[in-house]
Design a binder for this molecule. Sequence first.
Ligand code: GLU
Length: 547
Amino acid sequence: MTNKDLADLLFPSITKTIKDYEEMYPERNLKEGEKVTRFAPSPTGYMHLGGFYQAIIDYVLAKNSNGVFFLRNEDTDTKREVKEATKLIMDTLTHYNIIPDEYEFEGNIVGSYGPYVQSERKEIYHAFIKYLIEIGRAYPCFCTKEELDEMREVQERSKVRTGYYGSYAKYRNVPVEELISKVKEGIPYVIRFKSMGDFNKKFVFEDLVKGKIELPENDEDFVIMKSGDGLPTYHFAHLVDDYLMHTTHVVRGEEWLSSVPKHIELFRTFGFKPPKYVHTPLIIKKEGTSVRKISKRKDPEASMTYYKEKGYPVKAVIEALMTIINSNYEEWHTANSDKEFTDFVYSPKKMSSSGAFFDLEKLDNIAKTVISKMTKDEVYDNLYNWTKDYDKEFNELITKYEDYTKNVLNIEREQKKPRKDYSCYSEIKNQIFYMYDELYNPSSYDWGSITDKDEINKILNLYMDKYYDISDKEVWFNNIKELCDNLGYASNMKDYKENPDNYKGSVADVSTVLRVAITSKSMTPDLYEIMKLLGKDRIISRIEKLK
Ligand code: GLU
């Protein structure tokens, strides 16, 4: 009996060969330098910031080079799979406008290299595994979990490297007849790769981020096909998929670096050219004075859902990630503010190899600038979309008062130096609530330096009786100054600073009284604009309420 008999016994219905698949998925028509990248998440129901940042790199690499970016659903670990998970991945990419050129979603395949869902590619993997069995480079292993645990214990006790390799690889040299009869008996098995590597030998591997590194050859007969569902492991699926889909660059987390020797040996065994690898550093954050890996368990911001729920602008999240992807991005972006992030030429060499430092404060700053540069219509639309999902009440209000809301949002906007007040859409309501009677019900007032009730009333009464005029900003301000002169407050800040004892206070204090009486807040954008939008009736009623 031969390896061929074993291969036929294991995969009786597999008739297609590797060659058949090579013909089905021919070389892509790429021009020099065009890159093919893929985002290959496992559908776990959680979209990690670290995964998304890899997707951005994939996207930029492909767009930079006029290449192809595709999405592959790596669902071979069916125990972990969550039904809605694929939707979450698609929704996240769509939200950020990182649209793959090829993908599969809800049964719809876009692209000629699919299926793009691993569990639908079982036959393809089996053809490749069948070939390895035929050439004697893979075999079934019948070890039980207990046997493997025991082997590991023995290795630990004798202080040798753990793993299924060399003389520890129990089924490696078992005659094919015996393997066949065990399969026929129905004993469960996995398929293992038969390694020819030597752990004591090193080879040079070039990672695009870390540069040339020396790695030991693989000598483990690692599992390539699991028992039960017959699906491949990541190592094997990666080889088959990235080969047939003609991926040129694999961008993945640096936790995969230690698996590179396995992957390289697999590629060599098939005689395939491996893709280029971009092993991305972990995303780290500050905690006190030290830094640590951003964690799914501890950090809400590790999940992409966080940014959507808070309502961070899409552009800001991408900008913030681009700045940690390449440290020269910010400088480039300042010099090329009219360009898209996809115009930036990403360089893996410029990635920090010790960790990508992500900082929420930085994101807030970026987001404030991004929102401040939006037109009133843009902020309104974004706020509308965000509230539709996350704040129904406010959504109804801004729909009812659409034009008014746009004017409110336009205070100190659409000008050379716009005001930077909001870092995300969820912050807006709390900052402009006083512009809506429906939301205005202050339980406290931020009075500034003037807190005496009688004095406050005096200022407000006189203002409303004699000085209220909002026909023009200059008139409005001159009137406030006259009010100051009338009541013994300095109408000119310079005079006040020179002789503070000559006055009860200054025009700043008086303005604060007005501001707080009308909005309950001591810090707001331009009070004149606010008063104009609120109108006299509402101003009067708010002042009345204070009495
Ligand atoms: N499915 C793998 C993961 O989620 C992908 C790694 C890769 O991109 O090759 O980690």
